[in-house]
Write a protein that binds this ligand. Structure first.
Ligand SMILES: [Zn+2]
Length: 242
């Protein structure tokens, strides 16, 4: 069984963490040679395998990093780091598109238990469940705080994996920053709406915005933001002007 086959079987059952002790040998190639193939024959610009690297980066919808869902893809990240798993250096299923920040955060982090299993964009799909939520933080200016509330049906290990992902990539801070800018951007139009139709008009508008974003992605920071804004009466009663 090849290293790629062993990897694929483990990834399909969310058991990449069990590969830690497995020797994924590649005949006649040293660890340094395996890593060099990735660095000089695939990642390096104009190298013979660079088209594979570029194709994998294009796999991300809208060019957005699947780890944070926000920043632009600019690199590939090894789900299992190449320094610890040299045999998986060029395995396409071990290479995911990522932004530079998420790639840096992940670095050589390797899973050691079921709770550590990384969220794998090719194998995991949690978008059918609503797990990202937010609350309005009253103040001047108003802010939005993000948190994970997993559905009751999730297993403990999935709950822990998503919570760990949210914390490791510092998504609460990233999303709050973008939401703060969004609130500033919509302040003028909400003021106009309030002048015409009061709290009801503002609440209805925000609710429609939430519905539209939810139809596209239930767990985007935009969906969580507009859902929180629409149900917060302080915000809809001119809290947006604070
Ligand atoms: Zn990212």
């Amino acid at each position: 069984m090849s290293a790629a086959d062993i990897y694929e079987a483990a990834a399909e059952s969310s058991e990449l963490y069990t590969l830690k002790q497995t020797r994924l040998a590649v005949t006649n190639l040293s660890d340094a040679e395996l890593i060099a193939i990735y660095e000089y024959r695939m990642a390096k610009k104009k190298s013979v395998g660079r088209f594979i690297y570029d194709d994998l980066m294009l796999a991300a919808p809208f060019g957005r990093c699947p780890l944070c869902g926000q920043r632009s893809v600019s690199t590939l990240d090894h789900i299992l780091p190449k320094t610890l798993y040299p045999a998986l250096s060029v395995t396409p299923l071990n290479l995911i598109p990522a932004c530079a920040d998420c790639n840096h955060v992940k670095s050589n982090v390797s899973p050691s238990s079921a709770d550590d299993e990384p969220i794998h964009p090719y194998y995991d799909d949690f978008d059918n469940d609503l797990w990202l939520h937010a609350d309005v933080v009253q103040g001047s200016p108003p802010a939005v705080a993000f948190f994970v509330t997993p559905p009751a049906g999730w297993s403990d290990s999935v709950k822990n994996r998503v919570a760990k992902h949210f914390s490791m990539f510092k998504l609460a801070a990233l999303y709050s920053s973008h939401a703060a800018q969004e609130l500033n951007n919509i302040k003028y139009s909400l003021t106009q709406l309030f002048d015409r139709g009061g709290e009801t008009a503002v609440q209805q508008h925000l609710s429609e915005q939430a519905d539209s974003r939810r139809a596209a992605n239930a767990n985007s920071w935009q969906t969580a933001t507009y859902t929180a804004l629409a149900r917060d009466s302080w915000f809809c009663q001119e809290g947006f002007t604070a």
